[in-house]
Design a protein around this ligand. Structure first.
Ligand code: PMP
Length: 296
């Protein structure tokens, strides 16, 4: 067997160095497509059904017909992981509008392209970040409008997050925090959702702030409820955020990451707080629970 990773494209497997798609694919030309970032832990693909549901919802929102049923596509994801003999890995599932003309019209793209990459994990934010926490700045780039290229759709159009990330880097911070399109309320980080704790009440912004309804976010919300914390989904102002006792970010790649410095100001005492530490610990257990995973 070749040592190269095998990539799935439209029903066939190609070694990584030969896995290529057309330069006329509208995923490349226009960022026209949808995707999922999924993770497997010790032989279990975490919340795979939820990721598949979200993929089909994103596709529906951009009128993209995925040429496989959800069941068949789920099988293809599992098969890709199996083929690469991976047990703990990151999976990128991409469905582009497919090959078309140079014009933007998706009607000229007869068939969507499906790509599945499964590879060993290169943590977005490593273990050290999870233990010590990260810094963030509120950037001037605003989350896209819910009436436009909203991040409620997990589309291939990530320029909004890219620009926010560039701004954060320029400011010497690890992560950007984006406000909603009006600049009133906190939305999310570049590729992660956000929670804050104040006086033992946990709050997270609503999807109307143009954010992606994260699977880690919803699992964290359930977890907080189970643990008996008071949890509210509500608008959060930058003032409230900077005065929070604790802040943490959630996402498939990041998992749960404490945010300990915002705009140069220490959050709480500048160390991960008790609620965050509890959530980190319990989330770790959740990801290994066979009830939450699809066996590879
Ligand atoms: N927001 C955005 C913009 C993201 O790209 C991601 C990563 N998928 C998240 C939030 C976190 O979502 P999830 O927990 O489903 O990975």
């Amino acid at each position: 067997m070749s040592k190269e990773l095998m990539i799935y494209i439209d029903g066939r497997f190609y070694p990584r160095s030969k896995a290529k798609i057309s330069v006329y694919d509208h995923g490349l030309l226009y960022g026209d497509g949808v995707f999922e970032g999924i993770r497997a832990y010790d032989g279990l693909i975490f919340k795979l059904d939820e990721h598949m549901k979200r993929l089909y919802s994103s596709a529906r929102a951009i009128r993209l017909k995925i040429p496989l049923t959800r069941k068949k596509l789920t099988e293809a994801v599992v098969e890709t992981v199996r083929k690469n003999r991976l047990r703990t890995c990151y999976i990128r599932l991409v469905v582009t509008r497919g090959v078309g003309t140079l014009g933007v019209d998706p009607a000229r793209c007869p068939k969507a392209t499906i790509i599945i990459i499964a590879q060993p994990l290169e943590a977005l934010l490593g273990r050290k970040s999870r233990q010590r926490g990260v810094s963030a700045v509120i950037v001037s780039t605003r989350r896209d409008l819910p009436s436009g290229t909203t991040h409620e759709i997990k589309s291939l159009n990530y320029l909004n997050s890219v620009l926010a990330k560039v701004e954060a880097r320029q400011a010497g911070a690890d992560e950007p925090i984006l406000l909603d399109s009006r600049g009133f309320f906190v939305s999310e980080a570049a590729v992660a959702n956000l929670f804050m704790v104040k006086d033992e009440v946990v709050a997270t912004p609503p999807t109307t702030a143009g954010l992606l309804s994260g699977i880690t976010r919803s699992e964290t919300m359930k977890l907080l409820n189970r643990l008996g914390y008071r949890l509210v989904e509500r608008d959060i102002t930058p003032f409230e955020l900077i005065n929070a006792d604790e802040i943490f970010l959630t996402g498939t790649a990041a998992e749960i990451v404490p945010l300990v410095r915002l705009n140069g100001v220490k959050i709480g005492n500048g160390k991960p707080g008790p609620v965050t530490r509890r959530v980190v610990e319990d989330f770790h257990r959740l990801t290994r629970d066979p009830g939450n995973g699809t066996p590879i």
